[in-house]
Ligand binder design. Structure first.
Ligand code: NAD
Ligand code: UGA
Length: 459
């Protein structure tokens, strides 16, 4: 088939894979190729066992792969043939040198710029899909303009707002698509190309166009606002535990104000995921680099509060279990950073496990999708850890269960059976407030939710 345009996506990760699959589904006249330096990942994308778990994604891949969606390691060839190149490589927090622990590590990003320039033979639109510090496009443009062959590159920003676990739904029905471009004729032409692409399935009034820098910065700010809500409610959860107020009632009462809204007000063991922490720290670093100390301090507290919440959770486990968990089996229900994903990047479960191991507990981890990643995360420190797909077996002989991921299936487990198989007195620490606490108490558990009065059988 003759395709209208050729799109290349560099980076076949959690964003590149699902995003391009949905574009391929909705735009059959575009040829979409996704390339990656990780040959194993590409092999998996070409197999029946795709490398990420995302509801409904495999169905779309099956429908489009080999028709107008292709996965490959041939980066040079891909660049040469593409009209539009999305760059969706990882932009983790820098771990070395200036800005270590805060700034974005742009080495993968910059490498793609050099690859693009080395392999291009025609003009191209370059789309920033990765999350990047504001004004990164300027650096990209400088590198790309340094070619002596007269090839023109137009860099535009199109940040991604999908959340893992609901990526396909978020891509099919986004709240908005954001496109940032220069207000020059070339910039506006590139912007229009991207608007036309998304307009295949997204109503025009949901496609927001801005200047480049607003688009880049909006992405960091959106994540900062979302994380800020979680840290706000988690801060209040600590206060609830001291005052017998109930965090769920407060979330409802506060979130019913239409100016505040009900979403993202679930108190938890803390937020995880590959982006919230890194993007806020990046925002903090950017503010600091412009000398805006107060702005930096304001946002940094969101991350500090999250660290506090994770610490609080483990400290409570140790304290309530008579100040010692040494040699005690503790079952962790869930290791993924949220439900419906196998991703465990920055999962609070990593912190909780490490701390329990420091206290010499024996930790049994169960998760329907994230056990392989858990093994990777705990490599070298997991001699006291067992990985158990079956939650009933994970809880057998345990002194306590800690709920760390809000998997739906945990709500309907037979907790009477679980209680009978555990050591007594049995504890449940519900880091996601998903269980029926009163019922668990009646079964015999000592129950410690987040931000609510505990139900215990002790005097
Ligand atoms: P990821 O680590 O899953 O995927 C990135 C991929 O890029 C990897 O497979 C890596 O091998 C590949 N890569 C790196 N350098 C390359 C190069 N030079 N050539 C070819 N491939 C290369 O990362 P991700 O979660 O998909 O995130 C990508 C970007 O999107 C990040 O900037 C992130 O902040 C942003 N983002 C992520 C999410 C999310 O939910 N994960 C959501 C929105 C935005
Ligand atoms: C988040 C944003 O929601 C996306 O819009 C954004 O594109 C993405 O980051 C990104 O840039 O990577 P994601 O991290 O996949 O998506 O998942 P979220 O649903 O935002 O959850 C993040 C963390 O916050 C999870 O650990 C979740 O359990 C926790 N959370 C969420 C709470 O503790 N309470 C809540 O009320 C909501």
């Amino acid at each position: 088939m003759e395709f209208k345009k050729s799109i290349l996506c560099i980076g076949a990760g959690y964003v590149g894979g699902p995003t391009m699959a949905v574009i391929a589904l909705k735009c059959p006249e575009y040829r979409i190729e996704i390339v990656d330096i990780n040959a194993e990942r590409i092999r998996q994308w070409n197999s029946e066992d795709i490398p990420i778990f995302e509801p409904d994604l495999y169905e779309i891949i099956k429908e489009t792969r080999g028709k107008n969606l292709f996965f490959s390691t041939e980066i040079e060839k891909g660049i040469k043939n593409a009209d539009i190149i999305f760059v969706s490589v990882n932009t983790p927090t820098k771990t070395f040198g200036e800005g270590a622990g805060m700034a974005s590590d742009l080495q993968y990003w910059e490498k793609t710029a050099h690859e693009i320039i080395a392999n291009s033979e025609s003009d191209k639109i370059i789309v920033e899909k990765s999350t990047l510090p504001v004004r990164t496009a300027e650096a990209m443009e400088r590198i790309l303009k340094a070619n002596s062959r007269g090839i023109k590159f137009e860099v535009i920003s199109n940040p991604e707002f999908l959340a893992e676990g609901s990526a396909v739904k978020d891509l099919l029905e986004p709240d908005r698509v954001l496109i940032g471009a220069h207000k020059t004729p070339e910039g506006q032409r590139a912007e229009q190309e991207l608007v036309d692409l998304y307009a295949h399935w997204i109503p025009r009034d949901k496609i927001i166009t801005t200047n480049l820098w607003s688009s880049e910065l909006s992405k960091l700010v959106a994540n900062a606002f979302l994380a800020q809500r979680i840290s706000s409610i988690n801060a209040v959860s600590a206060l609830c535990e001291k005052t017998d107020a109930d965090i769920a009632e407060i979330s409802y009462a506060v979130g019913s104000d239409s100016r505040i809204g009900p979403k993202f007000l679930n108190a938890s063991v803390g937020f995880g995921g590959s982006c919230f922490k890194k993007d806020i720290l990046n925002l903090v670093y950017i503010a600091k680099s412009y000398g805006l100390t107060e702005v930096a301090d304001y946002w940094e507290i969101v991350v500090k509060m999250n660290e506090y919440q994770k610490q609080r959770f483990v400290q409570q486990i140790v304290k309530e279990m008579f100040n010692t968990v040494a040699e005690k089996k503790i079952a962790l229900f869930g290791f993924a950073f949220k439900a419906n994903t196998g991703d465990s990047r920055e999962s609070p479960a990593i912190y909780v496990t490490r701390k329990l191991l420091e206290e010499r507990a024996n930790v049994s981890i169960t998760d329907p999708k994230a056990l392989d990643n858990a093994r990777q995360d705990l490599k070298g420190i997991d001699s006291r850890v067992t990985y158990e797909p079956d939650p009933y077996k994970a809880a057998e002989g345990a002194y306590a269960i800690a709920i760390l991921t809000e998997w739906e299936q945990y709500k309907t487990l037979d907790f009477e059976r679980i209680f009978r198989s555990m050591r007594q007195p049995a504890f449940i620490f519900d880091g996601r407030n998903i269980l029926d606490h009163k019922k668990l108490y009646e079964i015999g558990f000592n129950v410690y939710p987040i931000g609510k009065t505990p139900f215990t059988h002790f005097d």
